[in-house]
Every structure is written in structure tokens, then in C-alpha cells.
Design a protein around this ligand. Structure first.
Ligand code: FAD
Ligand code: UDP
Length: 399
């Protein structure tokens, strides 16, 4: 049915079996699955001027494919997710590698065998590596917070180095807190790797970039006779969540509603705002073929920004004489300021507040929350797709 700007004058929610708020992974996956499995006529409302949510990519003025909301690397171990997405794109092979700039020396992150030798010298690096292998085994991932608990002088030496030079300053910049003060699952995303593999996601069997672009993947996913997408529409202007029912355009709505935005926003923050981190992204096009030796370089001991991404190194795009890079600056999110809430802050108090909002919609049988924002989770793309597929299983079972 297509993608159009704004709602038509004669828009009627009752013409649709489901209203979906948000055209990111959560919304687009639900739209496609419900159209196919239930024959539902679907309306997707998206307040941005584009589809694909934070995975949106586009060509910049220099003709370089950039990721507008930060570098996105597809990786998953989930067979179902991979099969589903593969219907809408071919994949270009890409294995993500990251270097940390540690006081001017570039070392692989996750910190691995090579990093050890660069940090401690060949001989001592090998000694320490043997100790790590003896303790944890080869090709094993060891979260830094677990490594720090080891009661052994050699392992403490490694743990102290990695903590101080890889995690401490980067985490302070990213979260405004030290690694000890944040949920261990967050630093656990980038464990020390006891091995030589220098890929960022060494155990993901499926990894790559959509062959054309993420936006192209979404165009295919949303291209279905039963799906209509309306851009530049803030659902809050027409949706009202009551205690026993949800109204759309002033009338109680009987179809399914899938909401993928922040839950506190929907209630005008009346229980308080859910805390997030946001990012300032500073794009720059340079007149050189290549700026840095990896797609992403993390600045773990210096600079105000956390990392620099060079998009051509990820997408494989050939564009001689020009390259676009992007620096990320993290800061606290101010609700209602127009900033994008990029990262939920996983802390007990915040999760409690989230649960209180969630309880308010729990008795509304046709109102479903899914996605990184609506579930207040630190999901990667595949996690969102998995969650959306699970939700659609439930809805399909009821129809
Ligand atoms: P979103 O993509 O945020 O989509 C939600 C959509 O809903 C948005 O488009 C929003 O405009 C819309 N919306 C919200 N409220 C309303 C409303 N009231 N009315 C209308 N529309 C509304 N994942 C990976 O797997 N690999 C990576 O390398 C990776 N890198 C990342 C880098 C950064 C900097 C960030 C922030 C995230 C990264 N992710 C990565 C995670 C990935 O972006 C998310 O998991 C995924 O995009 C979330 O999809 P979603 O649909 O839940 O949310
Ligand atoms: N991290 C770090 N140094 C690094 C890489 C990661 O301190 O070089 C920590 C930091 O706290 C970060 C977290 O590990 O927020 C998760 O990193 P990841 O690269 O997964 O973050 P994302 O890509 O989601 O921003």
C-alpha cells in the first residue's frame, strides 16, 4: 500500500486491523508478520521522516553510505531471526573489527592475545596469555568484572591493565559512571577474549551488512499490499491510553495496537522520566581514501568522544578520494528536548519505574509493547527482531 507523508484527511483507524507505532525493527517486523500470518490490514505510524528507526542509513552529500544514528553491524546466533531478515535482503560479507586507541597504540578490542603482546611485550605477553589459557581455556570469553575477581598476581596484572586502559575512561564517557557502578552485563558485551580471533562478535555465525542498505531491507519488509506507512505522524497526537481501553482519533479502538516508542512518553512522564543516554554524532567528510585502519576505533584513554567510525570500512563502498567518519559524544538524555533516547540505563531503580509504567498497560489486551524503547532494554537488532517475532506468535495464536 506504500509509504506516504502525513495522515490523509479521511484517515480512519477502523479501516485497519492493527495500528503499529514506529517503523524500526520492532514495528516493521510486526507489520510484515501480522499482514502475512493474519491477513491483517496494517497502519504503521512513524514520527520521523523515514523508515528503519535507528538502523536508518542514507547516502550523504559526498555520496557515501552513512548510518545516521550510529554504526550498525548485523550479527546474530538466532536462526529464526536470520531466516526472517534474509527474506528482505542479501548480505554482504563483513566481520566487524574494532581497535582501541590506548595512549596512541592501536590494540584489538575485545582485548585478546595480540592485544596482550602489544600491551606487555612479546615475552611477558605470552606468559600472561598462557596463564589465561590455563585458567579459562582457549577461545573463551571472560568478562572484565569476572577477570578482576581472580586471586592471582598475573591475572590481576592483566585485569588492572584492561580495566584502566580499555574500560574505565570509555565507560565514564559513555555512561557518566565507572564500570563498577554499571550493570555488569554492559561491560560483559565486550569480554576479554582468550584467543587470537580479533572480531568484535567472534561467536556470531551470521554476521554482515545488508547488501544494498538497511533502509532498503526495510523498504522490502514493509512493501506488502496490506501495509500502509504514514511518516511524520506522532502517534501521541491521536492515541490516548485509558485505564480500560485505548482510543485512537477519539474513539475506542478494537484492533491490535503495537507500540514501539518510549513508554514514559506515552503517559507524559507522569510517574517520572525513564533515564536514557543520548549521543551527539559529529559527521565529517575528508578528502582522503582512508582515515583509519578499522571500521571503528574506540578512544579508551583520551578524547571527549567515545569512538570514531569510518563507514566505508564497514560497507565496503568504493569511493576514491573521499571518506566520511563520525565521532560519538555521549551525554544524559533530557526528556521532551527533541533528543533521541539511544540507551536505556539498566539500573534497579529505572527498571522499577519502567515496570510501573508497564503495569498500566498490562490489562489492555490489545495493546502490546515491543522493542528497545518500549521494553526499556539494551537490545541489539537481532534481539528486537526476536522479541517482535515472539509477540506476533502470541497475536497470531489469538486470531
Ligand atoms: P527504534 O529503531 O528506535 O525504532 C522505534 C521507532 O519508533 C523510531 O523510528 C521512532 O521515531 C518511532 N516512534 C517512537 N515514538 C513514536 C510515536 N509516538 N509516534 C510515531 N513514531 C514513534 N544493534 C546491532 O545489532 N548492531 C549494532 O552494531 C548496533 N549499533 C548501534 C549503535 C547505536 C549508536 C545505537 C543507539 C544502537 C545500536 N544498535 C545496534 C541497536 C539497534 O539500533 C536497535 O536494537 C534497533 O534499531 C531497535 O529497533 P526498535 O524498533 O526497537 O527501535
Ligand atoms: N566498553 C569499554 N571500552 C571499549 C568497548 C566497550 O569500556 O573499548 C564498555 C562500555 O561501557 C560500553 C560497553 O562496554 O558502553 C558496551 O560496548 P559496546 O561496544 O557493545 O556498546 P554499543 O556498541 O552498544 O554502544
Amino acid at each position: 500500500m506504500g509509504i506516504q507523508d502525513g495522515l490523509p484527511e479521511d484517515f480512519s483507524p477502523d479501516a485497519y486491523d492493527a495500528i503499529i507505532v514506529g517503523a524500526g525493527y520492532a514495528g516493521a517486523v510486526c507489520a510484515r508478520r501480522l499482514a502475512e500470518a493474519c491477513g491483517f490490514k496494517i497502519c504503521v505510524l512513524e514520527r520521523r521522516h523515514h523508515i528503519a528507526g535507528n538502523a536508518y542509513d542514507r547516502y550523504d552529500e559526498a555520496g557515501i553510505l552513512i548510518h545516521q544514528y550510529g554504526p550498525h553491524i548485523y550479527h546474530t546466533t538466532n536462526e529464526r531471526v536470520h531466516q526472517f531478515l534474509t527474506r528482505f535482503t542479501e548480505w554482504a560479507p563483513y566481520q566487524h573489527k574494532v581497535l582501541a586507541n590506548i595512549k596512541g597504540t592501536l590494540m584489538p578490542v575485545p582485548f585478546n592475545h595480540t592485544s596482550l603482546k602489544l600491551a606487555f611485550g612479546e615475552e611477558r605477553g605470552e606468559e600472561l596469555y598462557r596463564k589465561l589459557v590455563l585458567t579459562f581455556g582457549e577461545n573463551k570469553k571472560v568478562p572484565i568484572m569476572e577477570l578482576r575477581e581472580q586471586n592471582d598476581a598475573d591475572l590481576t596484572e592483566v585485569a588492572d591493565f584492561v580495566y584502566e586502559n580499555v574500560f574505565l575512561y570509555y565507560t565514564m564517557k559513555q555512561w557518566g559512571k565507572t564500570p563498577d557502578q554499571i550493570d555488569p552485563s554492559i561491560t560483559g558485551r565486550v569480554p576479554v577474549f582468550v584467543g587470537d580471533d580479533d572480531r568484535y562478535f567472534p561467536t556470531a555465525p551470521y554476521q554482515g551488512m545488508p547488501a544494498a542498505s538497511y533502509t532498503d531491507l526495510f523498504e522490502h519488509m514493509l512493501n506488502h499490499d496490506l501495509i500502509s506507512v504514514f511518516l511524520d505522524v506522532d502517534a501521541r497526537d491521536i492515541i490516548e491510553v485509558g485505564e480500560t481501553s485505548v482510543s485512537i482519533c477519539g474513539n475506542a479502538y478494537g484492533g491490535e495496537i503495537v507500540y514501539t516508542g518510549p513508554l514514559d512518553e506515552l503517559f507524559s512522564y507522569d510517574l517520572g522520566a525513564l533515564p536514557y543516554r543520548t549521543l551527539d554524532m559529529d559527521f565529517e567528510t575528508l578528502d582522503v581514501d582512508r582515515f583509519q585502519p578499522a571500521a571503528t576505533v574506540n578512544y579508551t584513554t583520551s578524547e571527549d568522544f567515545t569512538r570514531i567510525t569510518e563507514f566505508k570500512n564497514m560497507t565496503g563502498q568504493v569511493m576514491p578520494g573521499k571518506t566520511t567518519i563520525m565521532r560519538e559524544y555521549s551525554k544524559a538524555y533530557e526528556p521532551g528536548s527533541g533528543q533521541t533516547p539511544y540507551y536505556a540505563i539498566i539500573e534497579d531503580e529505572n527498571l522499577d519505574l519502567y515496570r510501573r509504567y508497564r503495569e498500566r498497560v498490562s490489562s489492555l489486551v490489545n495493546f502490546h509493547c515491543v522493542g528497545r524503547l518500549a521494553e526499556y532494554r539494551y537490545y541489539d537488532m537481532d534481539g528486537v527482531v526476536a522479541s517482535a517475532l515472539d509477540l506476533t506468535d502470541e497475536i497470531v495464536a489469538q486470531h
